[in-house]
Design a protein around this ligand. Structure first.
Ligand code: MN
Length: 193
């Protein structure tokens, strides 16, 4: 078995009440585990077995792409949180956000809007190109900006399984609450600081 599920760097109740222990148990413990298990089964005995997960995402399609990308996306999502993390971007990333979006508050509003207006299941991404220009994009289903040559920086999961146990149909409330646990120190490192 090539890919395994990394242990979360916080306890199962660390993100409550924003994300409950039950949601982490189902979302990371069951949904994410299933994507990784299926990914491992699909690549066995194929050339994909010798690739990194990022390479598989860029080079595959169909069922393999869906499971590889979902496996990667969920690790990226869960590893950006820390209830005691930095609540706002600093230095280079803060300056870039202010330059492109006006202010941190305007950036957050635009990001939340991308989440509430995405129809169906998907992800809202913050990515950067090679020049450091930022992009907020909506992606359906298992989308990942790596396939467009962009570097992912932050992601909000807007599949119903991400929020239904805690927020039922209140997707906008879920998106707004996520800001309480995003660690901007982690996001800055991803941006390249
Ligand atoms: Mn999910």
């Amino acid at each position: 078995m090539k890919f395994s599920q990394p242990r979360l760097p916080y306890s199962i109740d660390a993100l409550a009440p924003v994300i409950s222990p039950m949601t982490i148990d189902y979302h990371y413990g069951k949904h994410e585990k299933a994507y990784i298990d299926t990914l491992n089964a699909l690549i066995e005995g194929t050339p994909f077995e010798d690739m990194t997960l990022e390479e598989i995402i860029v080079k595959s399609d169909g069922k393999l792409f869906n499971n590889a990308s979902q496996a990667w996306n969920h690790i990226f999502y869960f590893f950006q949180f820390d209830p005691n993390g930095l609540k706002e971007p600093t230095s280079k990333l803060r300056d870039k956000i202010n330059e492109q979006f006006g202010s941190f508050e305007e950036f957050k509003a635009k990001f939340e809007e991308a989440g509430t207006t995405l129809f169906g299941s998907g992800w809202v991404w913050l990515s950067a190109d090679s020049k450091g220009t930022l992009f907020i994009t909506q992606g359906k289903n298992a989308s990942n900006p790596l396939t467009e040559g962009l570097k992912p920086i932050m992601v909000f999961d807007v599949w119903e399984h991400a929020y239904y146990l805690d927020y039922q149909n209140r997707r906008a409330e879920y998106l707004k609450k996520l800001w309480d646990i995003v660690d901007w120190d982690i996001i800055s490192v991803r941006y390249g600081e």
